[in-house]
Design a binder for this molecule. Structure first.
Ligand SMILES: C[S@@+](CC[C@H](N)C(=O)[O-])C[C@H]1O[C@@H](n2cnc3c(N)ncnc32)[C@H](O)[C@@H]1O
Length: 268
């Protein structure tokens, strides 16, 4: 299990909060500050990044709308061509840099728990999540794109993931009952969500006290991922989730292109 570090300590304190300029430069500046010294990896600093997930894929063409900074509309993108995205998201080579076992290990899932995968796409993480919570647990695979949901339903059936269900959700809400889930995993999806502070409040309500959201997304200097103006620094993600009342931690991990921010609903 990775060591959990207080986010603000790891990234240099509250004064590092980006100012939120509309062109996204504040986030870039924040990462630059984070990239100096031994905290660089924790804060999403520079590294030797390579891989193929988004090359010519999710971010290989124009998005309909960009956030360009802070807590805004998110990057809306057409994910309806499931077969094309399945080749990218489920490319066996992805495992080498996505490190799905490490990601799922960071979640600290226990048998019997309920985990939601928000923006689950083709269901890349589902088999591991299913195994982690076991037959008494539940995996909720959530996505706005109906074709992705249909694809996951077939995958769940094919792979015999009896504790998993896929469901479509609206763009502005996870569709989860209050106090109903223990863990919410959000991989390469947080930057697609609009009005993220308001959305974070809905995640807070959906979690049981002590439960956590984990945001995994691309670092500012990753050679792949969304266009630079759409990327979010760990500081920006922390600010958005922190505004909803979450306690923020950044996790030590060995992902070459991404960071992991943990946001925990306090127990009281
Ligand atoms: C880049 S894919 C990531 C898929 C998956 N998490 C993975 O790592 O393979 C982003 C996914 O998020 C979904 N998505 C975008 N906005 C969303 C929203 N507001 N709520 C739920 N899902 C969303 C898209 O339909 C797409 O399937």
């Amino acid at each position: 299990m990775a060591t959990i570090l207080p986010f603000l300590l790891a990234c240099g304190g509250g004064a590092e909060t980006p100012s939120g300029s509309d062109d996204g430069t504040a986030g870039a500046e924040a990462t630059e500050r984070c990239s100096d010294g031994p905290e660089a990896q924790r804060c999403g600093g520079p590294g030797e990044h390579h891989g193929a997930e988004h090359q010519g894929g999710e971010h290989g063409h124009r998005h309909g709308r960009h956030d360009h900074g802070h807590h805004g509309q998110g990057a809306h993108h057409d994910f309806s061509d499931v077969e094309r995205f399945a080749e990218i998201f489920d490319d066996p080579e992805r495992d080498s840099w996505q490190k799905p076992d490490e990601v799922v290990g960071l979640l600290g899932l226990q048998p019997g728990q309920t985990v939601a995968d928000l923006g689950a796409g083709t269901g890349y993480f589902l088999s591991r999540l299913s195994a982690a919570v076991g037959p008494e647990g539940a995996v909720l695979a959530l996505d706005v794109e109906p074709n992705m949901v249909a694809h996951m339903e077939a995958r769940i059936e094919r792979e015999g993931l009896a504790n998993a269900t896929a469901r479509a959700v609206p763009t502005d809400a996870p569709g989860l009952e209050p106090n109903s889930v223990d863990v919410i995993l959000i991989v390469d999806t947080w930057h697609h969500i609009g009005e993220r502070e308001a959305y974070a409040a809905k995640l807070f309500t959906a979690l049981r006290p002590g439960g956590s959201v984990y945001v995994v997304d691309f670092t500012m200097d990753s050679p792949q991922g969304p266009p630079a103006e759409m990327r979010l620094t760990t500081l920006q993600v922390a600010e958005e989730l922190g505004a909803a009342g979450f306690e923020i931690h950044t996790l030590e991990e060995t992902l070459p292109h991404q960071y992991v921010v943990q946001a925990t609903r306090p127990t009281e």
